[in-house]
Design a protein around this ligand. Structure first.
Ligand SMILES: Nc1ncnc2c1ncn2[C@@H]1O[C@H](COP(=O)(O)OP(=O)(O)O)[C@@H](O)[C@H]1O
Ligand SMILES: O=C(CO)[C@@H](O)[C@H](O)COP(=O)(O)O
Length: 562
């Protein structure tokens, strides 16, 4: 279809916003029409919002393995990040579409009053003064770090015919941090609150709700992290819903493809920030699917996100039947899937080690890591400070070169290594051996073609990336620009506008339009978007293959002790 020149000039000026509400921060980015970064802003929960007393973005509950967040903290963070974008020079009158991502699995419980308020936001007031505690029936909302629903997992799996059936339907056996078991716990322990909740959002759909001024649909990819969604039929599973809580489907609403446009931005943002009323809002999704959509990688690539949690992701053409790990609907490629492994003891453990052994400086941490040889003279450690997800194990175990599964003191190991550098290398090598072992168990084939692409907070650290490269015996790349989950959010915003525009054109001209896939549409904007940063040392396989066996023996010890 022909467009006039004025319209094309206007289009040139179009910009796109991406948001990522992860565990420790809310980040925002504005991209121009060529998908180049114009402005970024962020809000750190611990330091920018100290009144909520979070540590690493979360509050520990009074009971074992409980973690929560006060949802108002996230609302306040959005107020601040919007102001910071403006202060950084963002022209919000050019924003044509918004996309977003958020930490997975957490759930928010809207009150009737909250939904009414959402639909009638007053542009003269901050959001957090309107969407306050009264907007939610639970003011302490469970997040992905919560591991307190083991009983509910057992009940749900038993009700539907066992863990294998749960895997067949939802792509994962029941995991305590997944939303279904969490909702069941709320239903059992806070029955009145559950009954009073009119709608339930994931963290991603909650953030999208603030932008559209109504409760936003949950997308397929993030729905796959709930133990409630049938990843084959892409609908809520009746069996899982029944095993979870009554009248749940009406609280969840209909799930939509991650590529969907939810609608236009609500009046609040038009009035308060001068955003155009035709600005579209794409479905928001989980931060891991969003990272995958920000990387645009193909076969043989393993994506590693080093955020608060460490995760591994891969594209899958067919959903494999896994005993452990997760299969999610692919965020951008219809009928495809993504594999996900999540490791709870990631950045927060590295942070603690940096404080204890490296004068709280990443520079010192990296220098100490670099000063030790691969293999660390046989010193190895596993640090599962909190209950790990796979394997379910907790505790810290250090072995020196004399230890093996057969050693009399294998269970105790040593209390401490003799130097900070030995401690640091043992931590990082142990973390990466753990990931490699679990990824192999999950069926990821490591070969000469394997390439790793890293993102998230720790991916700026080249010393850590070199250990990854050596342990996995594969080259490591990073995305040149910023963080993948955040970029993925903004890319999906651009694609949402393209899809909507193409559909309108098809309608207007009655001609078949040749709509491009997300991958084919976005990739030409970002040629050479990845950069090689590390290659494996020649002796990597010789050193780390035997260490993989030792890792397994150590993990066994911690698993027996849990
Ligand atoms: N130079 C660095 N070296 C290693 N890790 C780092 C470095 N800078 C930041 N990090 C890690 O990044 C983590 C935060 O990652 P980020 O992806 O922002 O978290 P999230 O998205 O989960 O909120 C911090 O906990 C910290 O451990
Ligand atoms: O639970 C999972 C994935 O299954 C976590 O990966 C959360 O999605 C939190 O993400 P980060 O804040 O660590 O990026």
């Amino acid at each position: 279809m022909k467009r006039d020149k004025g319209a094309d000039d206007e289009k040139e000026k179009s910009t796109y916003l991406g948001f990522d509400l992860s565990t420790q921060k809310l980040k925002a980015v504005q991209l121009n029409n060529k998908l180049e970064i114009l402005v970024t802003a962020e809000v750190q929960f611990d330091s920018d919002l100290p009144e909520f007393r979070t540590q690493g973005g979360a509050n520990a509950g009074s009971r074992k393995n409980e973690y929560f967040v006060q949802p108002v903290m996230w609302v306040k963070a959005l107020d601040i990040v919007m102001d910071r974008l403006v202060m950084e020079g963002a022209d919000l009158s050019t924003v044509m579409a918004i996309g977003g991502s958020a930490q997975q699995h957490g759930s928010l419980y809207w009150s009737r009053h909250g939904i009414e308020t959402l639909k009638n936001l007053d542009p003269d007031k901050f959001l957090h003064l309107q969407i306050d505690d009264s907007a939610f029936v639970l003011t302490r909302t469970p997040i992905w770090m919560d591991g307190s629903t083991e009983n509910q997992c057992l009940e749900m799996e038993t009700a539907i015919g066992g863990p294998q059936e749960m895997v067949t339907i939802t792509g994962s056996k029941c995991y305590p941090r997944f939303t279904g078991p969490q909702i069941r716990k709320v239903y059992q322990q806070r029955t009145h609150a559950y009954e009073d909740s009119k709608r339930i959002s994931l963290v991603s759909s909650f953030l999208a709700s603030l932008f559209i001024g109504d409760v936003a649909s949950i997308d397929y990819a993030d729905a796959s992290g709930m133990n409630l969604f049938d990843i084959n039929t892409k609908t809520w599973s009746k069996a899982c819903l029944n095993a979870c809580a009554p009248d749940l489907e009406e609280r969840l609403g209909t799930a939509v493809p991650t590529n969907s446009c939810l609608g236009n931005i609500c009046e609040f943002f038009v009035q308060r920030f001068g955003m155009p009323p035709e600005c579209r809002v794409a479905a928001f999704t989980g931060d891991n699917p969003s990272a995958l959509s920000g990387m645009l990688v193909e076969k043989d690539w393993l994506v590693m996100s080093l955020g608060t949690s460490d995760t591994l992701m891969m594209n899958l053409e067919q959903p494999p039947h896994l005993e452990q790990g997760h299969v999610l609907c692919h965020p951008t490629e219809q009928d495809q899937y993504m594999g996900l492994l999540c490791f709870r003891n990631g950045s927060l453990v590295r942070d603690a080690m940096k404080r204890a052994e490296a004068q709280n400086s990443w520079e010192t941490f990296s220098a100490l890591l670099d000063s030790t040889p691969r293999g660390n003279y046989g010193n190895m450690a596993l640090h599962f400070n909190t209950m790990e997800i796979i394997p379910q194990a907790k505790g810290v175990l250090r072995w020196n070169k004399t230890h093996s599964a057969a050693s009399p003191d294998a269970v105790k190991g040593v209390l401490k290594f003799t130097s900070p550098e030995a401690e640091i290398r043992a931590l990082i090598e142990g973390q990466m051996l753990h990931k490699r072992a679990i990824a192999s168990d999950m069926g990821f084939h490591f070969g000469g073609e394997t390439k790793i692409i890293a993102t998230g907070g720790a991916s700026v650290n080249k010393s850590i990336l070199q250990v990854i490269s050596d342990v996995f015996n594969a080259p490591v790349y990073i995305q040149k620009a910023s963080e993948a989950a955040l970029l993925g959010a903004a890319y999906r915003a651009k694609y949402c506008e393209y899809l909507a525009q193409s559909q309108e054109d098809t309608k207007a001209t009655n001609e078949d339009s040749n709509i491009q896939s997300y991958h084919d549409f976005i990739l030409p904007f970002i040629p050479n978007h990845v950069e090689l940063v590390c290659e494996p040392s020649k002796d990597s396989a010789d050193i780390y293959t035997p260490m993989l066996d030792r890792y397994r023996a150590m993990a066994n010890v911690l698993q027996q002790n849990k």
